[in-house]
Write a protein that binds this ligand. Structure first.
Ligand SMILES: *Cc1c(COP(=O)(O)O)cnc(C)c1O
Length: 373
């Protein structure tokens, strides 16, 4: 039997491991020169826009909402198909989450439904680029401009993705990335926020460290409530090593995604009733390779049978509005039917840069066996 193939695994090279060891020996292990260098390189990649790093992608979005002044009485529109963090940050700042259903093909928030959900209290939109696939960015920013809304892009999965040839993050409003262990590049845990100007960047620094401003030689001042969200130099050393691999990683993922399509063939959907992801090789970084299962097999059954064949399958995501916390806010079944159907049947096949084409083939063979009987 083949060894277990997980759905995701980070690729950390020896140079990165050496850089972490060097940082550990350097005498400076919290935020310091490595964080500064990581932020500098990220900013360069994002076309010179200011970038600040944090200890998660979640707090990154929370801080963006705080900088935008969003809180009690404000509505923020987002998708029900994401990691729960996306909606939790809205509650965290005291605002009201408003969900808009997804597009069944892209599995991202449906921008028609975003427009329909806008009220006089709407202050921001948090779009999510599921599997790294951007929404229609032109349309998103047209809607935001027309209704004077802030955008906090949950680009947690989208580093390396592009729109009209430009990296996601190099344009737009706030853009938040995660470097959690499963993401395309990682710092083990961490995130970064791309901001619009120096003033916002200064606020981001305050919010990430207790609201402290350093003023003059004689001390500090605290004028807003901040938290403890800074990235360590150990994490930044991993991030620098990973960032150097970004193009290699994205290229390999695109190659693997193409191989999934080629191996499954053009009749796969008709034969099995499963639905493939959109074949977007222009913009998507292929953070995940997700299929929607036909209704005749349950997700749990599919995952268990694939595990018996030594293949790990991921689940991204359960619809957020059906979690108890959100039901308690008044959300219930039937409100977002596409999200509920897709959220019930969606699975993530193995997809990571250290995989090879025979891993893809093995997954396809196993999956077709499971779907055929
Ligand atoms: C990973 C992820 C997050 C959260 O990032 P953390 O770094 O784990 O806090 C938020 N949204 C999406 C879509 C994600 O994939």
């Amino acid at each position: 039997m083949n060894e277990f193939l997980p759905f995701s695994r980070p690729s950390i090279d020896e140079a990165t491991i050496a850089a972490v060891a060097e940082t550990l020996r350097s005498g400076w292990i919290t935020s310091g020169p490595k964080v500064q260098e990581f932020e500098r390189q990220l900013s360069e990649y994002f076309g010179g826009r200011p970038v600040r790093t944090f200890n998660s992608g979640t707090c990154t979005m929370e801080i963006a909402l705080r900088i935008a002044g969003i809180g009690h009485g404000d509505e923020v529109i987002t998708t029900p198909i994401s990691w729960v963090a996306t909606a939790n940050v809205i509650l965290e700042v005291g605002a009201t989450p408003v969900f808009a259903d997804i597009n069944p093909i892209t599995r991202n928030i449906d921008l028609d439904k975003v427009e329909a959900a806008i009220t006089p209290r709407t202050k921001a939109i948090i779009p999510v680029y599921l599997a790294g696939k951007p929404v229609d960015m032109d349309r998103l920013y047209k809607i935001a401009a027309r209704h004077k809304l802030r955008v906090v892009e949950d680009a947690a999965q989208a580093i390396g993705s592009t729109w009209r040839g430009k990296p996601i993050g190099s344009f737009g409003d706030f853009v938040s990335f995660s470097f959690q262990a499963n993401k395309n590049i990682t710092t083990s845990e961490g995130g970064c926020l791309v901001l619009n100007n120096a003033e916002e960047a200064a606020l981001a620094e305050k919010y990430r460290l207790q609201g402290v401003t350093r003023s003059g030689y004689d001390g500090i001042e605290v004028d807003v409530l901040g938290g403890k969200f800074n990235m360590t130099d150990i994490a930044a050393a991993i991030g620098l090593g990973q960032f150097a691999q970004l193009n290699v990683i994205t290229t390999q993922r695109r190659k693997l995604a193409r191989h999934y399509f080629a191996t499954l063939g053009k009749d796969f959907e008709a034969q099995t009733g499963a639905q493939l992801p959109p074949a977007d090789f222009e913009n998507t970084n292929w953070h995940l390779f997700q299929i929607v299962l036909p209704e005749r097999i349950t997700r749990a059954d599919f995952m268990a049978r694939m595990k018996d064949k030594n293949i790990g399958i991921g689940y991204h995501y359960a619809p957020i509005h059906l979690f108890k916390l959100y039901r308690a806010q008044g959300f219930k079944e039937g409100m977002f039917p596409i999200a509920e159907r897709v959220g019930r049947q969606i699975v993530s096949l193995p997809m990571f840069a250290a995989m090879n084409e025979s891993d893809v083939e093995r997954t396809c063979v196993a999956m077709c066996e499971v779907l055929e009987n």
